[in-house]
Write a protein that binds this ligand. Sequence first.
Ligand SMILES: Cc1cc2nc3c(=O)[nH]c(=O)nc-3n(C[C@H](O)[C@H](O)[C@H](O)COP(=O)(O)OP(=O)(O)OC[C@H]3O[C@@H](n4cnc5c(N)ncnc54)[C@H](O)[C@@H]3O)c2cc1C
Length: 401
Amino acid sequence: MFVNTVILGAGAAGMMCAAHAGGDCLVVDHAKSPGEKIRISGGGRSNFTNLDVIPENYLSQNPHFCKSALARYSQWDFISLVDRHGIAWHEKTLGQLFCDGSAKQIVAMLVEELTQAGAQLWLKTSVENLRYEGGHYQLTLLRDGSPQRVSCANLVLATGGKSIPKMGATGLAYDIARQFDLPLIDTRPGLVPFTFPEGRFTALAGTALPARLSNSRANFDEALLFTHRGLSGPAVLQLSSYWHEGEAITVNLIPQTDLFTLLRDQRQAQGRRALTTEIARHLPGRLVDFLTAEFAITGRLADQSDAALQALCHALQSWQLTPGGSEGYRTAEVTLGGIDTDALSSKTMQAKSQPGLFAIGEAVDVTGWLGGYNFQWAWASGHAAGQAIAAGNAAGNATGA
Ligand SMILES: Cc1cc2nc3c(=O)[nH]c(=O)nc-3n(C[C@H](O)[C@H](O)[C@H](O)COP(=O)(O)OP(=O)(O)OC[C@H]3O[C@@H](n4cnc5c(N)ncnc54)[C@H](O)[C@@H]3O)c2cc1C
């Protein structure tokens, strides 16, 4: 069988690409259902985009690469698509948009879009073999156990990253990239909780508070959550994408306050108050108990010298912690690194050195912050490749090729 385009991966980017690739397109996925990560995203309501998308929300060896695709398919384009399908949504926080109902509505919308565009969807289908011969990609697929030979002019790699292997994530896009000599940037888990030696934060498990987490590369003011394994919550997930094994992070537990001035004023006004009582006005009780032991906090406010108060402020606002590691691909929301953007056109997502080969979505070395940015990259890069393929079809038809 010959089709113009085979898209490997019926996830966010692959389905978006199929919706724009102009028909004669086959989308292949080894899963039973398309868009599984969309379905479970945002606690089942999918944080499908963000009102404020700028290139600075993305990590990549080439921070400029994402600009073209994001500019040509913006959050507003996706919002109008969602609106056209009558899917109700709301802003939760920090510009993050979620479905009022279910993330399944987004999956159904994309399936409808690709079907209307004339694309076929083969689920429970794996790639057994792939060759490039005579200007075409020759694939041997195993569909529901039976082998199928398919050749195509365009092959789109949209199988995502390595995150959550239990959900069917594989390194297929990277393997095919290697097969065609496309360079790869080392991959590592992103948007992932930090782990600490067993027992370090057990007493605090479940405690959450607003905090500022930082290192030399980035800082985030969002919620921090202590867990049995270590640290989680949005602030941690965000910083994890900027963290490397063995590095320390800085935790500011009381970020919005000039704590030293406040404590000095309170020493004057409430000198008999226990220091722990004063701190408990700013932090959850269980955390105060923990910190009291951690930093040997004792005495009344009146007993504290300026130097002692400064040391306490430093402990609470510049707490240095070195994670033992991260929870890894098992729970990471994304994979950092991937197919080197140097090998791709930022306009079309096509490989510069290999005709008809495209890479989109998380497989590419572009990774967004938490907050709907990763889906927006999947939509935008899928749209860019789809449009380029459709334009190629139109040009081919016009010249009778
Ligand atoms: C728990 C969780 C929650 C998330 N929540 C959000 C969120 O709310 N907002 C946000 O912006 N981002 C979120 N993300 C990130 C987002 O899901 C991804 O960035 C996005 O799905 C990437 O799109 P993609 O199309 O590149 O890859 P995917 O959506 O992962 O799609 C890849 C597809 O390829 C298929 N595939 C993989 N290997 C093979 C193979 N060997 N053969 C055939 N098919 C294969 C998979 O089955 C899958 O259908 C979340 C991720 C996780 C894990």
